[in-house]
Write a new protein. Sequence first.
Length: 654
Amino acid sequence: MGGAGFLLMILALISGAGAIYFFFSGIREENPLYDKIGSVMLMAQTAFMTLASVVLMFALVTSYFKIEYVAQYTDLRLPMIYKLSAFWAGQAGSLLFWGLLAALFGFIELFRIKGYGVRYRSSVFLTVALTTTFFLILTTFVTNPFAELDFMPRDGMGMNPLLQNPGMIYHPPTLYVGFVGFTIILGHSLGALLTRDASPNWVKSTRGWSMITWIFLTIGIVLGGQWAYVELGWGGYWAWDPVENASLFPWLTATAFLHSAYMFQNRGKLKTWTHMMIMTSYVLCIFGTFLTRSGIMDSVHSFGKSNLGSFFIVYMLFIIIGYLAVYFTHKEAVEESGDEKDFNFTSREGLFFIANWLFTGLTFVIVIGTIMPIISEMVYDVLSIIPSVKENFVAKKLTVGIPYYNKVSSPFFMLILVLAGIAPLVSYGKSAGKEFFKWLTPAAVLAVIVPVLMAMNGYTGVLPLVLACFTTLSLGSILTRVFMSMKQNGPGVVLKQRRHYGGLLVHFGVVIMAYGIIASSFYNAKTEAVVAPGESFDFGKYEMQVGDLRFSERRNFTAVFAPVKVVNKETGKKVVTLAPQRRYYVNNEEAWAEVAIHSKLKGDLYLILASYSKPDNYIGIQAVFQPLIVWIWIGCAIMCLGGAYAISDRRKDG
């Protein structure tokens, strides 16, 4: 079975190499025959990769342990749903999955743009073929998912318990869809450059891809945070982990791309920004994958050490140099001139331009913090030849922690929140006038009232109050814009201008999410208690009545849990009974926490079974209250609904 899967990958690799040759020839000679042959080879590559993936999936679900990948990530007791998700649980499988998605997206695009010019089409599909073939090189020559053992194990090693969570079923695929979607958009950008098309046609053509890609990337990131929240057992959802950051990089630049593309299409401005942001987003997706899979970063999310790093570095350099070479040899056709270069920085165009710099700056400071261990190690290796310098180094690898990210990112986030609110109140092409300040006044008043009320109720701290002020200003501005527009044009304007109001809905979701982040980051409460079964402890307004330990046998793990009856001290009424667990999985001796959560709009009550001893008759419980954390998940849903609503506007003028 492994041989069949490997043969299919070889055939896909050969097809991809052929597609690259013919699409490159199609660009150079603009011959329709080359484009047709390249298209056939790209379809063949898609077919071979699909069949290879089916073989791997079949091996996983049938427990064919002679394939090393199957033996490494599954066992006989593993539930079927996790056997399926093992496809992307490991390094080799996830790389094959990435390449498969790129091939499938390219296959869809073959039929969607079949009427486009030869050079343009060939540019799009050359980008797709390069991407799929790169990942096939990795899975064929570096980390083969079909490599077979020289014996047939009776059972597999089993999946990492951290991955045996529903979040790992849907978090990686949504994130990968977000990453891979940039391949198609980058191909259209390259096609516009090579055909010297200065119009926004390529932006219009990819608007659906752009929004869908951004939506899936948003969902993937937030689902990753939600997985960390329910599975890692520390009460948080974002720790500025290197792999978490790696998924945030392209989201930030993709958001800048969407703003640039909107301005390019509607006002003919930010052409260069639009091209550069999509190239940067694509490269940052590859860079994030490099950080995750090279083993150079320490992270609970990352894969083990490997020799993939050099391949990723070479590929990233190839894409950057190749794209920039095309851009600078064709830039006279797309660079801005005259009025397109002029910005009134208090107009909507100007605010979009400022927002782009903020997104870029935020990406830069997060990237620097993330790769600081790599930079410091390189500097150490270079300077270590000087004994006196080497002695003064505190550590070979320097890292930055959560305080760094909070300090450097907070100013960017505050300004972005403000711009998200006030930009819709500003007109195109002219400075903010009396009408702007008239519309802004209610929002400004609300932005003062909310933090004052928070402080009066004991929610102090300068930074959270300032963040709440800016968030409320943004909220008030969005609501004012919608109210005034509906008053002037009638409620039907929301249906007629779906792209605009979809964007406002996205901004509204960002605001809701921001409130959740502020509250859960600065106003959470925690306690720990060690009690005997039958005893209780107080936590805020709750009395926690801890029951005796219980045990539960499941297919692939044994659970130890302690039921905790939560009672409201003010009313004496039972709120809920929660049962935090410690799980012991087959083939794994370590105890894994399984938290219990009672979720409400006001906040989550979050319990962890930290320790226990049946002989010594004690149970240790950690309790956390995370205020408004569900607003983060709700805000994400609103953002995605806003993006989908914007896509539904299919008018030709966008």
